[in-house]
Write a protein that binds this ligand. Structure first.
Ligand code: WQD
Length: 341
């Protein structure tokens, strides 16, 4: 009998890629998603890749009635991966209450219900944003958590504290917190990928839309930073590598391999790449030019951050493997697939 996992936000970018890897690993998946920032057509892509259509509940994790009904209908859920959250940094500054309400109430509902329904553990989708601007790079899990630079980042910090406090209070559940660096790319099949709503905020979807001629040019937000080529540095991690880390974490949690009730892992490649280096990697990998200009810095941007992934490599037993050129080719193939839909 396959172990059943609830994936909240499972039709989203990282969620959908994680559902594919969970199914590939033999787990049975139930998705709950309110489709506020994703498209139900993603289920077709997942099914085309794995041959299995995950059970799907359209609903809001903030709604207790919906969530109770889901757990009553799927009383054999053993683990949860919680992606469902609002995640646009800029929007969180304009609408902080939306972010605090949506991101925190959904998590609290899940935690509150888990013991009652026999759910053993929760893998939580966190972010390197909790570190703010690092004093040193690469950054490991012992780095200080700094004052959040956005309400979005603050919801991730508060969520981690809620999980720790609840488990410290004696709740009979476990948790693995995964701090993502910059997820990029798409599934090699080009059947699922990033589906930004409107004008993309993140670098790669804007870059691929520019390469496709949808956008006139990419603006590089500043080349006067204290970095080798003046542009910001990030740890760009392939979304499929990231998805596979969730499967490893879920297995670790359910097979009682955890050494602490709450474990934290930085999920990155350990390689810092600048914005200009990433543009160059895309052009080299695809042969497609990306017209860009240098613009002003973007408010709130961190100058440089990349992961020290040794703990994830050695304790979790996971390592990012996809070469950046392949990641760029997958992102481009996905962009072309979107245009031929
Ligand atoms: C990356 C770099 C920009 C767009 C955010 C969230 C983080 C996570 C990932 C959710 C920066 C530059 C971008 C453009 C550019 N989200 N850039 N031109 O800001 O590092 O991280 O997304 O978990 O929590 O904070 O990602 O892709 O927006 O920017 O020059 O059109 O690309 O200045 O240096 P970011 P990003």
């Amino acid at each position: 009998m396959a172990t059943k996992i609830l994936v909240t936000g499972g039709t989203g970018y990282i969620g959908s890629h994680t559902v594919v890897e969970l199914q590939n690993a033999g787990f049975e998946v139930v998705i709950i998603d309110n489709l506020s920032n994703s498209n139900i057509g993603v289920l077709d892509g997942i099914e085309q890749i794995t041959g299995i259509r995950p059970a799907f509940v359209e609903g809001d994790v903030c709604d207790k009635t919906t969530l109770n009904a889901l757990f009553e209908a799927h009383s054999d859920i053993k683990g949860i991966i919680n992606f469902a959250a609002s995640k646009a940094v800029g929007e969180s500054v304009e609408k902080p209450l939306k972010y605090y309400s949506n991101n925190l109430v959904s998590l609290i509902n899940l935690l509150d219900m888990m013991p009652h329904y026999g759910v053993k553990g929760i893998v939580f989708s966190s972010s390197c944003t909790v570190y703010g601007e690092p004093d040193v790079n690469p950054i490991d899990e012992t780095a200080p958590i700094k004052v959040a630079t956005s309400p979005y980042g603050n919801t991730k910090q508060i969520s981690e504290e809620i999980i720790n406090d609840y488990i410290r209070s004696g709740a009979a559940i476990k948790s693995i917190i995964l701090r993502y660096f910059n997820p990029v790319g798409a599934h090699p099949s080009a059947l699922i990928g990033e589906l930004p709503n409107g004008v993309p905020n993140n670098l790669i979807p804007y870059l691929t839309q520019t390469a496709a001629g949808i956008r006139k040019q990419l603006t590089v937000f500043g080349n006067d930073y204290n970095t080798p080529d003046g542009s910001c540095i990030r740890d760009f991690i392939d979304v499929v590598d990231l998805a596979k880390a969730h499967v490893v974490a879920m297995r670790r949690m359910l097979e009682n391999d955890q050494t602490e009730a709450v474990e934290v892992f930085n999920l990155g490649t350990g390689r810092g790449l600048s914005v200009l280096e990433l543009i160059d990697a895309f052009q080299r990998a695809t042969g497609v030019a990306v017209p860009y200009v240098i613009g002003e810095r973007r408010a709130g941007d961190i100058e440089q951050i990349w992961a020290e992934p040794t703990k994830a490599n050695t304790v979790l037993g996971w390592r990012a493997e996809m070469p950046i050129e392949d990641t760029m080719r997958h992102a481009w193939a996905w962009q072309l697939h979107l245009q031929n839909k």
